[in-house]
Write a protein that binds this ligand. Structure first.
Ligand code: 4AD
Length: 457
């Protein structure tokens, strides 16, 4: 009751407060500012002192409220995750200050307002590390406000930006192919089907067929687009909807393609380490062991991998050894790559276990000019190949894989109107983040993960 009677107001004789974001504190030292954000943490020292750790997405700032400011009803009942406006002077913290908050500044508040409160107890019941994974995923809209999860999201934003920057710096042009399609690229079992004005359509599994159609118009091209896979099992690296970074290049050889893949990985890692990039430090905070891999990456043919698995006593789930034309299971692939502990380009997969569009090797038509990039901690991170560029050969490949060629007329036309040797890659952003940030699970690399049985929130 007593607190309800306490009123505070802004002293209009003070200098006008400039609206700033926390990240801009340094330029505004000793000036009066207005900052809006959310209460990340709260600490009370008696009635006369309240410390708010404010969060505005750009950083964290310790804010000090004293005397009447910390005695109002709003101050006494304030909870974490409430939104507030704070006015005051932003000051550099003295070196060695015992309550030094991240950001090295504090705000000496002279007036504040509550915008919207939050339930008492804050988000503790959700953010509690012991709460189960499903509960955490159901409440991901709240969980993302936490320090660690928001750090992962910022790192994901940075890495996406650097990947785009790499492609643009190399002169590749960005395009935006459609996600609602009539064609399958990676096989029927993982297709999401939908009704499109009464006709059957699919959610795209990969944009690369469209990218192939654009090279004769724009040359080297790339897209950053969602791809969809109806993945029937829960694993730590499968999503039903993932962010696909794909590029396609005309007039290249298979060797050129391998070099472009190495260039992508090394260039993005080097950009993270560039000291001019303030967010790069975040990656090291999350994964102190982050390193740029050395070029050239280790190369193994698929046949050599099968031999390696035999020599190292890796067996299939039925207890037998892997043989040629077997798909290597996720678990085996990951154990192998963790043992080798460096990126590997696995080349020349059998045509029998790869999609229709891959070019056959000139010295062995049973094999394809294809490559998977395996990374420690995650396994397959990128898939790439040269594409069949001969019309008759493509039609034969459709028939072999029991695909009706007519829907693909626009794709086959590419082989009639000035065909050329070409190829490209597809990198899964979330898997790349698992590797860069050394994450446990692909859901940690994703804003709102879509996995088996989950499409909320
Ligand atoms: O190996 P994939 O299936 O290759 C393609 O889609 C080609 N059309 C790409 C191209 O040549 N342009 O997929 C490429 C990458 C995988 O290496 C993986 O990183 C990611 O996409 N990926 C997935 N990521 C998360 N969840 C899934 N279900 C994924 N499926 C593929």
């Amino acid at each position: 009751e007593e607190a309800r009677r306490i009123k505070i107001w802004e002293d209009k004789t003070l200098p006008t407060a400039k609206v700033i974001k926390i990240k801009d504190s340094t330029e505004h030292r000793e000036r009066r500012v207005k900052i809006q954000g959310w209460v990340h943490h709260l600490r009370r020292e008696g009635k006369k002192l309240l410390f708010i750790q404010l969060r505005d997405g750009t950083g964290y700032l310790q804010c000090v409220l004293t005397n009447l400011l910390s005695s109002t009803y709003e101050a006494i009942t304030l909870t974490t995750e409430s939104s507030v406006i704070l006015f005051g002077k932003v000051m550099e913290l003295p070196p060695g200050s015992h309550h030094k908050a991240p950001g090295d500044h504090e705000l000496i508040v002279d007036y504040w307002e509550l915008i919207c409160g939050a339930p008492s107890g804050g988000t503790y019941y959700i953010l509690d590390k012991k709460s189960n994974v499903d509960l955490q995923l159901d409440n991901r809209h709240i969980v993302i406000r936490g320090t660690n999860t928001s750090k992962n999201l910022k790192a994901a934003s940075l890495v996406t930006q650097l990947i785009r920057e790499h492609h643009l710096d190399r002169g590749y042009m960005e395009v935006h192919p459609p996600c609602i399609v009539q064609t399958k690229t990676e096989g029927g079992s993982s297709l999401f089907e939908l009704q499109y004005y009464g006709k059957k359509a699919y959610l795209t599994q990969s944009s690369h067929l469209y990218l192939e159609s654009v090279i004769a118009a724009l040359g080297d091209v790339f897209s950053i687009q969602k791809s969809f896979r109806a993945e029937k099992s829960r694993t730590r690296r499968h999503l039903s909807e993932f962010t696909h970074i794909e590029a396609e290049f005309p007039f290249i050889t298979f060797e050129n393609l391998l070099e472009k893949i190495e260039d992508l990985v090394v260039s993005v890692c080097d950009r993270i380490k560039n000291p001019n990039n303030p967010l790069g430090q975040l990656v090291f905070e999350i994964n102190p062991d982050f390193r740029t891999p050395r070029r050239p990456f280790k190369r193994m043919s698929y046949t050599e991998v099968i031999q390696y698995l035999k020599d190292n006593n890796f067996k299939k789930s039925d207890g037998t050894f892997y043989k040629l034309e077997d798909d290597i299971s996720e678990g085996t692939e990951r154990t192998m790559i963790n043992k080798i502990n460096e990126p590997i380009l696995v080349c020349r997969f059998p045509a029998a276990i790869k999609p229709f569009y891959m070019k056959k090797c000139s010295d062995d038509p049973q094999l394809t000019e294809s490559v998977d990039l395996l990374m420690p901690g995650v396994g397959e991170n990128l898939g790439a190949s040269m594409r069949i560029d001969n019309y008759d050969e493509l039609i034969k490949a459709f028939i072999e894989k029991k695909i009706e060629p007519s829907t693909y007329y626009w794709y086959s036309d590419q082989r009639k109107f000035g065909s050329c040797a070409h190829g490209g890659y597809g990198l899964g952003l979330e898997r790349f983040l698992i590797w860069i940030l050394n994450l446990d699970h692909i859901c940690d690399a994703c804003l709102y993960p879509r996995i088996l049985d989950r499409y909320k929130p």
